[in-house]
Structures are given as C-alpha cells and as structure tokens.
Design a protein around this ligand. Structure first.
Ligand SMILES: Nc1nc2c(ncn2[C@@H]2O[C@H](COP(=O)(O)OP(=O)(O)OP(=O)(O)O)[C@@H](O)[C@H]2O)c(=O)[nH]1
Length: 375
C-alpha cells in the first residue's frame, strides 16, 4: 500500500457546456506553481478546438479524443495515465506533481472519478484529489433543470466556481446560490473572477497539503461542525413560492450528510459496512469521503474515498491530524439514499443497533431487508 501522500494528485475540472472550464484552466495554467502539472483535456465532437483554447503548449497537455470521457474514452484515460507514469519513471518527462483532467461539459463525473480509483495500477500511482465544478451564473439553473449530468457535477464537487456573475441579475444569482447550497452545502463557492479562482490552490482539495504533507481533515471534509446546521435545513429554502419539484426536478433527492462517531470500529465490520453500501446501494452513492477510527490501530486512522461501487484502496495515516480529535468522520453525497438509513447501517456494524433496526447478524443474513426502508 503506498502512502496517500506519495501518489500524484488528480483534480477533475468539470462544468456544463460553455460554463467556463477552459477559461478558468487558462488562468490557472499561468500560475508558476502549475509548472509540473500535466493537463488532460477531453474533446467532444468532430472539431477539436479545446486544445487551441488552452494557450500553453508543450508535452504536458494531452488530449483525448473521439467521445466523451465518461463513456468511450474511459479506457483511454486509464492508458493515458499509465503512459504518463511510464514517462515519468523512464525520465521522458521530468516530474509531474499534479494532473488536471478537463472533462467535456456533458460528462457524468462518476466514471471519470472511478477510472482513477478503480484501476489497481492507476490507483497505486495517482489519487483523486478532488472535483472542481464551474457553474455558469447565467445558464446554470437551466442546465441543472435539464441535465442530470449538470446536477451530478455540482453535487460531487469539492469546490464550485461561479462564472459570469457580472452578467446575471441579483435575483438569478441569489436563487442559483441557494440552490447550489442545498445541493452541495459543503463545497466552497468561489467567484470565477477572483484571484483565488486563478491559482493552483483552487485545484487542491485532497487530504494532504502538498507542501507540508500534513493531513488537513477539516479542509477535506469541509469543516464538519460549521456546516452541521445546513443539513437540517429545508432543502427547498429559497423556492417557497414555487413548486419545489418543478424547480429542483433532479436535485431534490440528492443529499449531503455526515456521520460522526467516537467509537473505533472493528476493521472486519468496517469492511462489511463498505461492501454492503457498495454492493447494495452503490448506484445511490455519488461520493463518500471518510477518516475512520479503527479498533486494531486506533492511533492510525484509515482514509476512505469512494464513488458509487468503486473505492480507492484504503490508506492509513501515520497519525491523527489532530490528536485531540479521534472521531470517525464520514461525508456522503447520496441520491435517494436517506441519511437515517446509512446512519442506522453504520450503527449496526458498530454493534449498537437501535430497537427498531436489525443487528449485524441479521444484516449479514439479509442485507437488503432493513425494516422501515424500501428501495
Ligand atoms: N463574462 C464572462 N464570460 C466568461 C467567463 N468564463 C467564461 N466565459 C465565456 O464563456 C464562453 C465559454 O467559455 P469556455 O471557457 O470555453 O467554457 P467551457 O466550459 O470550457 O466550454 P466547453 O468546453 O464548450 O464545454 C467563452 O466565450 C468565455 O469567454 C466569466 O467568468 N465571465
């Protein structure tokens, strides 16, 4: 198992058609800290012009063609990353400190994330650092209304970059911001015109600070306590005057929530919990990130990162980032998978079932039968 900090971080830059991905990438590429970055751009359609729009030239920009990254090109992405690793190891490329993948506007981000996590060779050398999604202030709401992919792109993001703000009315902007907050309360929302949006830091979402290699859980899990209030909110706030189903046709069933627990979990029970979540409910699991206290080595937390059925090989941190806080913390982004269901499931594997939920043995006998829940 290679330590999480040895792998090359990969950031996925996504956002709906015309949202401003290339414009943002061009700005970030001017940051001197991007010197050792490789950029992979997925083209879509007959005329590939995206690479012309990325102003920097050189070996480090790689294009994928003929299809959308999330479907046909997924194998090509794995090959490209493998070739990149080979080029680094054989000295054909000096060093690569970071990879940025710009997806097409129509891409479902999940398969792209899975391509990095799910292939054993790729996952040894690369780790998914995070997802940065550009949302267009003028057309964003319409994209969210009409395209599931746009909703997913926003829901799984670590950071949301709001572009074209000056072109949108205050009311449109406020409604969109409220909607993004309901859909993804943990993602920081950054103005595309800000200095911050144009710097490499905007691509850094991973567990490690690349400079210090010190784990920064608060950033990774997006400051749990500060956001606690959010997931008790009515998720349709801001739309009271309209039918919420009309407004949020796709996003109403997407939830972001956290599980926090003091008790270290038995590693076998954790395995079973994750296996059950993946196998029975993977299609509803848009993203999961966690730092877990495990009973065999409570001093060395386990890091989990998964998308649907695919998880990164788990890695152990050398120590807790904050020795005073050894709580298990998980963040889940789900679609049609309620918070209470996942919490009860985790409690069952922790060995503290509640009266109205089955215990671990019963779950192992019949993992799909959870009283009170139908899927
Ligand atoms: N005013 C304004 N225009 C922007 C901003 N970001 C992008 N644009 C414009 O929006 C258009 C699309 O920007 P791109 O960067 O090509 O968008 P993209 O997401 O890469 O587009 P696709 O690759 O086609 O999906 C261009 O005309 C940009 O100049 C912004 O923050 N403000």
């Amino acid at each position: 198992m290679s330590a999480a900090s040895d792998r090359i971080p990969v950031t996925i830059l996504t956002g709906f058609l015309g949202a401003g991905k290339s414009t943002l990438l061009n700005r970030i590429l001017k940051d001197p800290a991007m010197k050792d970055a490789a950029v992979i751009i997925n083209e879509f359609g007959d005329v590939g012009i995206d690479h012309l729009l990325v102003e920097r030239s050189g070996d480090a920009i790689i294009e994928l063609s003929d299809g959308c990254l999330c479907c046909t090109v997924r194998g090509e992405l794995v090959d490209t990353l493998a070739n990149l690793m080979d080029a680094v190891q054989t000295g054909r490329v000096n060093s690569v400190k970071r990879v940025v993948i710009e997806t097409t506007g129509l891409a479902d981000p999940a398969p792209v994330m899975q391509a990095i996590m799910g292939n054993p060779i790729i996952a040894t050398n690369f780790e998914l650092d995070g997802v940065v999604t550009v949302v267009d202030a003028v057309n964003g709401a319409q994209s969210l209304d009409n395209h599931d992919e746009a909703v997913k792109q926003a829901a799984v993001a670590d950071r949301l970059i709001l572009s074209k703000k000056t072109m949108a009315s205050q009311e449109v902007l406020r409604t969109l911001e409220a909607r993004l907050d309901a859909l993804n309360p943990r993602a920081a929302v950054i103005d595309a015109d800000s200095t911050e949006a144009g710097q490499v830091g905007v691509l850094v979402n991973g567990l490690y600070d690349p400079a210090s290699k010190i784990a920064d859980v608060d950033r990774w899990l997006k400051d749990e306590d500060a956001h606690d209030a959010h997931h008790h909110h009515d998720h349709h706030h801001g739309h009271d005057h309209q039918d919420p189903h009309e407004v949020n046709r796709h996003d109403s069933s997407i939830r972001s929530f956290s599980i926090i627990d003091d008790t270290p979990i038995d590693p076998m029970a954790l395995d079973m919990f994750i296996d059950l979540l993946r196998s029975a409910h993977g299609d509803k699991l848009l993203r999961m990130k966690a730092i877990v206290a495990v009973s065999d080595r409570p001093d060395r937390p386990l890091v989990l990162h998964g998308v649907q059925t695919i998880f990164h090989p788990p890695s152990r941190l050398p120590a807790w980032p904050d020795p005073k806080d050894r709580r298990t913390r998980m963040v889940l982004i789900t679609k049609d998978l309620p918070e209470a269901f996942v919490k009860d499931l985790f409690d069952a594997f922790l060995g503290k079932p509640r009266i109205d939920t089955p215990d671990r043995a019963a779950l192992n006998d019949n993992p799909l039968a959870v009283p009170g829940m139908r899927f």
